[in-house]
Design a protein around this ligand. Structure first.
Ligand SMILES: [Zn+2]
Length: 62
């Protein structure tokens, strides 16, 4: 099922202009920063996973 919106990884804005097919982003356009690379967009769920992964990658110097 297509998500309601995608998140632009360039500027982290919600993006409603996109084409979704077979569980993948076919085309997307961020009207905020002009990003139109489908690989630079994520669904809300993917974005949360990325954000969590990024946090885990922060080195923990104690
Ligand atoms: Zn953007």
């Amino acid at each position: 099922m297509a998500p309601d919106y995608l998140i632009c990884l360039e500027c982290e804005s919600p993006c409603y202009v996109f084409e979704w097919k077979d569980d993948k982003i076919v085309e997307a356009l961020c009207t905020v920063c002009g990003n139109e690379d489908p690989s630079q967009f994520a669904t809300e769920g993917d974005f949360e996973e990325l954000a969590m992964d990024a946090r885990f990658e922060v080195p923990d110097h104690k």
